[in-house]
Design a protein around this ligand. Structure first.
Ligand SMILES: Nc1ncnc2c1ncn2[C@@H]1O[C@H](COP(=O)(O)OP(=O)(O)O)[C@@H](O)[C@H]1O
Ligand SMILES: O=c1ccn([C@@H]2O[C@H](COP(=O)(O)OP(=O)(O)O)[C@@H](O)[C@H]2O)c(=O)[nH]1
Length: 386
C-alpha cells in the first residue's frame, strides 16, 4: 500500500480536498470529554463532528481489508497508520456538505499531523485542548459503557502512555504556533447561575479575564466545561447589547466574544496583551453614568472577578515569595496595576515550564492539590475583601 504522502506527491486527485473548509482539531487524553463536548459544539455552532476513532471503528465494522489490523491496533492502544486514518477523514470531509469540521482525536502523533497537512493542505483554524487529570479520565473510561474493547484498565494504561509520549508533542507543536485554545471553566465554576446568565451576554469580558487565568478544567461537570467551550467558539461578531453602542469597554477593538487569545500568548506574551480593556467598562464615565440593571450586573461581575483575581494573586504571590510593592487594599485603579504587575511576574516564571511538563506534573499531583492554586470562590473572595 502506497502512503498517503506518496499519493499526494504523485498528485493523486482523490486525496485532495477540493473545497474550502474550516477545521478545528479537538485534542486531549482518552476520556477527557472530547466527544461529549463536540456534540454540544455541533448543536450550538453548526460544525460537523468527525471522530477519528469512530471512523476507524466504522471501518472495522464495514468488513474492510484493513479491519483486522485496525482492530488489533485499537485493542493495543496503538496509533493506526496515518494513511488509513487520513483517507477516512478526507472521504468524510469530501462527502459532507458542511464546510466546518471538528476533527476529534486526530492528529495523535507528529506523523499524523505532518501527513494530514501535507496531503490535504489543511491547517487547523485552532486546536481545542481538553486537559484532565489521569485519575478522572480513568474513572470516566471505566464507566463509559459503550462496549468498547479498549475501555479496560490494561488498554487504558497503554493509551495514557501513548498520549503522553506521542500526542502531547502535537499539542506542543500547535501551542508553539499560537493555535491552542484552552478550555477554562474558572468563572463558570465560581459564579452563581443568575450572574452567569448575564455574564453570557458579555463574553468578551469573560474572554479577557479568562485569557490570563492559567487553567483548563476539563474535570468539571459537562455543563461547566461547555460554558468554557462556548467562550472559545462564540462568533467574533457577537456583541452584547447595552450601553448605547453595545460595546462594553468603550469600543475596544478586541473581537467581542471571540476567544482568540492563544495559549502561547497567555504563556509567553500575556503581559503584552491588552487586558486592561476589561476595566475600562468599570471606570468609563459613560458606563458609570448609566444606571441600568444590565450595566450594574456587568459591573458587579467584573468587580467580583477582579476581587477573585486579587485574592488569587495574593495567594500565588505569597506562595512564590513575591510581595507586591503596594498593599492590595487599594483603590480600584491602582489595584488594576498591581494585579497586572503581579500576574506578569507569575507568568514570566511559568514560561519556562513546557506544556508536557505541566501535564506530567499534573499526573503526579493529587486532584485536590492540582486545583489548589486554580479555584477562587468569588463569594468567599468578596467576603474576604469586605
Ligand atoms: N465533564 C464530564 N464530567 C463527567 N463525565 C464526563 C464529562 N465529560 C464526559 N464525561 C463522560 O466520560 C466518558 C468519556 O467522555 P468522552 O466524551 O467519550 O471522552 P473522549 O471523547 O475524550 O474519549 C463518557 O462516558 C462521558 O459521558
Ligand atoms: O487518529 C486516530 C484516532 C484513534 N486511533 C485509535 O483509536 C483508539 C480510540 O480513539 P478515540 O479517539 O475513539 O478514543 P479516546 O482514546 O480518545 O477515548 C485509539 O486508542 C487509537 O488506537 C488512532 O489510531 N488514530
Amino acid at each position: 500500500m502506497g502512503t498517503v504522502v506518496d499519493s499526494a506527491n504523485q498528485g493523486a486527485g482523490s486525496l485532495t480536498i477540493n473545497k474550502k473548509v474550516t477545521v478545528v482539531f479537538v485534542l486531549g487524553g482518552p476520556g477527557s470529554g472530547k466527544g461529549t463536548q463536540c456534540a454540544n459544539i455541533v448543536e450550538n455552532f453548526g460544525y460537523t463532528h468527525l471522530s477519528a476513532g469512530d471512523l476507524l471503528r466504522a471501518e472495522i465494522k464495514s468488513g474492510s481489508e484493513n479491519g483486522t489490523m485496525i482492530s488489533n491496533m485499537i485493542k493495543e492502544g496503538k496509533i493506526v497508520p496515518s494513511e488509513v486514518t487520513i483517507k477516512l477523514l478526507q472521504r468524510a470531509i469530501q462527502e459532507n456538505g458542511n464546510d466546518k469540521f471538528l476533527i476529534d482525536g486526530f492528529p495523535r502523533n507528529e506523523e499524523n499531523r505532518a501527513a494530514f497537512e501535507l496531503v490535504t493542505g489543511i491547517e487547523p483554524e485552532f486546536v481545542l485542548f481538553f486537559d484532565c487529570p489521569e485519575e478522572e479520565m480513568e474513572k470516566r473510561l471505566l464507566s463509559r459503557n459503550q462496549g468498547r474493547e479498549d475501555d479496560n484498565i490494561e488498554t487504558i494504561r497503554k493509551r495514557f502512555k501513548v498520549y503522553m509520549e506521542s500526542s502531547l508533542p502535537v499539542i506542543e507543536y500547535y501551542n508553539s504556533k499560537g493555535k491552542v485554545r484552552k478550555v477554562l471553566s474558572y468563572l463558570s465554576a465560581s459564579l452563581p447561575s443568575s450572574v452567569l446568565e448575564r455574564e453570557r451576554e458579555s463574553l468578551h469580558i469573560k474572554q479577557k479575564l479568562t485569557s490570563f487565568l492559567p487553567q483548563i478544567d476539563a474535570a468539571k461537570p459537562v455543563g461547566e466545561v461547555f460554558e468554557a467551550v462556548k467562550a472559545v467558539f462564540a462568533p467574533a461578531d457577537e456583541k452584547p447589547t447595552s450601553c448605547g453602542d453595545g460595546a462594553v469597554g468603550g469600543g475596544s477593538d478586541v473581537a467581542v466574544g471571540a476567544n482568540n487569545v492563544p495559549l502561547t500568548e497567555f504563556e509567553a506574551n500575556h503581559y503584552e496583551y491588552d487586558y486592561t480593556g476589561y476595566t475600562d467598562f468599570v471606570f468609563s464615565s459613560e458606563c458609570s453614568a448609566c444606571k441600568c440593571q444590565d450595566c450594574r450586573a456587568k459591573h458587579d461581575v467584573v468587580i467580583n472577578a477582579i476581587k477573585a483575581l486579587t485574592v488569587s494573586v495574593k495567594e500565588l504571590t505569597s506562595k512564590r515569595g513575591f510581595i507586591p510593592s503596594a498593599p492590595l487594599e487599594i483603590k480600584a485603579k491602582r489595584r488594576r496595576r498591581v494585579i497586572s504587575r503581579a500576574l506578569s511576574s507569575i507568568q514570566k516564571s511559568k514560561i519556562a515550564t513546557p506544556l508536557s511538563m505541566c501535564c506530567t506534573e499534573q499526573r503526579t499531583m493529587s486532584k485536590g492539590k492540582q486545583h489548589e492554586l486554580k479555584k477562587v470562590n468569588v463569594e468567599e473572595a468578596t467576603a474576604e475583601q469586605h
